[in-house]
Design a protein. Structure first.
Length: 688
């Protein structure tokens, strides 16, 4: 399928009653259609595509995303192998024909007939699809790449056929009966070679999705009724107990019930260091177990795992169009008909005004048709999107659409939430004043307050011995109290922000200072954002003092604190009204209004809380450096897209007039056409 085909299929679908929107992806060979099922059915949409002369089918019901990716990977492999089977023998025939001309020449009758037979075999076997699809397209009043190739090679073959069968007629007209059978063979061979290399590149740009799908193990060992058995991973259900042996991939998302290990989650989150897992820890399907053994209780149904969610979002993003694609789509819609007109005008101009013989003028028209294939324009943007979103996924950055990928590079202001974005989102002990940690931890072990859990965690790290507590009482808004080791102990709020005081028998013995700790990577990320020319602003619902403390630690000067979720959206809206392109980075829940309001919403999504519905981008490892990586990747991707489109347009702007002036041999035109598509794809592969 070429760019003109893509536009035609989209138009065909949009013209169906009940269809709201349709997008066809040239690289993914898929169509995403928004329609009203009360007016038109999915089967009817497939029929519409088939009536337009293209193959189509619906996804298999009940098929998992992993099975769909396996099927697509196999289809890409078959496409590549089929094209190679046709392209390489055709190219070999063309080389033999060209090499033999130096010894035999064009004028030997038996060699002319032999060339005609070879050209007929190559065109009828290797190039058959061009002619069948071209006939179908013309019958429906549509012109595409197949029409250009079929008309170009068909005209060259017919001219050569007439020269072989009726050479005397040419002599009578004062023309030499030249034959161009080798041009027919080379054009078919080079177009197929370009499509073969293009198919190979498609497989390479799709490798990220296939690698993710391959993470899901085919078989897992499950314990049911006390019996261990091997089952297909797709048969797992919520509540199943899965045995994960050393070196195995985890079969499904769940909670560790027995054992302990370290797990490599790098392919999902981009985090290179293994993560320790003990009883109660959460693990994810597709991650790689280390040296320990675990029993995991599955807590998701089929289709709900983190890995499946990532693959689904990535497929949608790779099937999406970036706004910059609109220009290429508009040009492609009228490109082929315009080229046909140019070819006819070139032919008539050389015959009527230039006094050229019909044969030579026809060769010029053939060169115009062949050089004009719009494939490069159609491939310019989707190849870059596939490569970029695949690379982003490997870094733990999930980009939901081509539009989001494009907008990221335009961002000038980054607005950061504090809690869970810059900071860890949970309090930690910063300082203990006095020998009171053991008493405080013993008392707070009976409390559910977040500050209490932080004090208990600090006690465990300090290896203090927890003592029994009698008469425990919690005083909301004040603190907790109880008898520890025969003494009455109270932990109450202090005068400083984040401080608690510890009283023993009514006398203050010390205090503990707590705060929401800043992530180790946040300052590095902010420094890099500023170095990229981004304006960074902290927007928090917390108190002014707490927000400014965190801002000072990471190097942010602009702080807006004490703002509710609705107020955050207002701040983002105000920045946009000032002409700023804004990216909002938050947790995806409390910050949802602001994420939706921003030009690009970036959700800090860790573990099962993917939180991607509220944002355009999800940072799977909860690390602000992902924002830097995403913006850098977007800027690089946009440069590649512009280079691709610039090359595609320049190639045709230069190539068509050169061919129309008679300065381009059809064989050279075929090679240049194939090279244009390959160069665009190769340039996009740099993003990987």
């Amino acid at each position: 399928m070429c760019a003109a085909c893509q536009t035609f299929v989209e138009k065909t679908l949009r013209e169906r009653e009940g269809v709201k929107e349709a997008a066809v992806n040239l690289m993914m060979h898929q169509a995403v259609v928004e329609y009203d099922p009360a007016v038109v059915s999915a089967v009817g949409l497939v029929a519409a595509v088939e009536e337009a002369g293209y193959g189509a089918r619906l996804p298999v019901q009940g098929q998992s995303v992993f099975e769909q990716e396996d099927e697509r990977g196999e289809a890409l492999r078959v496409e590549y192998e089929g094209l190679r089977l046709k392209a390489l023998p055709s190219l070999l025939v063309g080389l033999v024909m060209m090499g033999a001309m130096g010894f035999v020449g064009h004028k030997v009758r038996w060699w002319a007939w032999t060339q005609m037979v070879l050209a007929l075999v190559v065109a009828g076997w290797a190039g058959r699809d061009f002619y069948v699809k071209a006939f179908g397209a013309l019958r429906r009043g549509h012109a595409d790449m197949n029409v250009l190739v079929a008309m170009g090679t068909g005209a060259a073959f017919l001219l050569s056929f007439c020269a072989v069968v009726w050479p005397h007629w040419f002599h009578g007209q004062g023309m030499m009966p030249e034959v161009y059978f080798e041009a027919v063979v080379f054009i078919v061979a080079l177009v197929l070679l370009g499509k073969m290399l293009e198919a190979r590149a498609k497989r390479q740009t799709s490798v990220a999705l296939q690698q993710l799908a391959a993470l899901q193990p085919k078989k897992v060992v499950v314990r049911r009724g006390g019996v261990e058995m091997e089952v297909a991973a797709g048969e797992l259900r919520r509540g199943d107990l899965v045995l994960v042996r050393p070196g195995d991939r985890v079969g499904a998302d769940g909670v560790v019930m027995e054992g302990a290990s370290s797990v490599d989650e790098s392919m999902l989150t981009g985090e290179s260091l293994p993560v320790d897992k003990i009883v109660g820890a959460r693990v994810f399907g597709g991650t790689l177990n280390g040296q320990g053994a675990m029993v995991v209780r599955v807590d998701v149904e089929r289709g709900e795992s983190l890995l499946e969610g990532i693959v689904k979002v990535l497929r949608e993003a790779q099937g999406d169009k970036a706004p910059v694609q609109a220009l290429a789509d508009k040009v492609s819609a009228v490109f082929v008909p315009v080229v046909l007109v140019v070819a006819v005008l070139a032919f008539l101009g050389w015959v009527w005004l230039g006094g050229m013989d019909v044969a030579r003028a026809l060769v010029i028209a053939v060169a115009v048709l062949v050089i004009s294939c719009p494939c490069a324009m159609g491939l310019a943007v989707p190849t870059a999107i596939l490569a970029a979103t695949g690379r982003a996924a490997r870094m733990g950055v999930l980009i939901r659409s081509g539009e989001a990928l494009e907008r990221l590079g335009e961002v000038g202001v980054v607005v950061l939430d504090k809690t869970g974005t810059i900071s860890e989102g949970k309090p930690q002990v910063l300082e203990v004043r006095g020998d009171i940690l053991g008493l405080a931890a013993s008392l707070e072990a009976l409390s559910e307050h977040p500050l209490a859990r932080a004090i208990v965690d600090e006690g465990k790290r300090a290896e203090v011995v927890l003592e029994a507590v009698e008469g425990f009482e919690a005083k909301p808004g004040v603190g907790v109290a109880g008898v520890v080791g025969g003494r009455r102990v109270e932990v109450v709020a202090g005068l400083e922000m984040g401080q608690v005081r510890v009283l023993v028998d009514g006398e203050e013995r010390g205090s503990i200072l707590l705060a929401d700790a800043v992530k180790e990577t946040s300052r590095e990320a902010v420094v890099k954002m500023k170095a990229m020319g981004l304006r960074v602003l902290l927007l928090s619902g917390d108190r002014e003092e707490a927000a400014r403390r965190v801002a000072g630690e990471v190097g942010i000067e602009e702080v807006i604190a004490g703002v509710l979720p609705a107020g955050k959206a207002e701040v983002v809206g105000r920045l946009r009204q000032e002409g700023c392109k804004v990216a909002m980075v938050g947790d995806g829940f409390n910050d949802a209004p602001a994420l939706e309001k921003a030009d690009v919403g970036i959700a800090m999504a860790t573990g099962a809380d993917l939180a991607i519905e509220a944002g355009d981008v999800a940072l799977l490892r909860g690390d602000l450096r992902g924002v830097v990586e995403a913006v850098e990747l977007s800027r690089k991707t946009m440069r590649v897209m512009r280079q691709n489109l610039g090359w595609a347009f320049l190639y045709n702007v230069i190539g068509i007039p050169v061919a129309a002036m008679g300065l381009l041999n059809p064989v050279v035109a075929a090679g240049a056409m194939a090279l244009s598509s390959v160069s665009v794809v190769t340039n996009s592969l740099r993003l990987r």
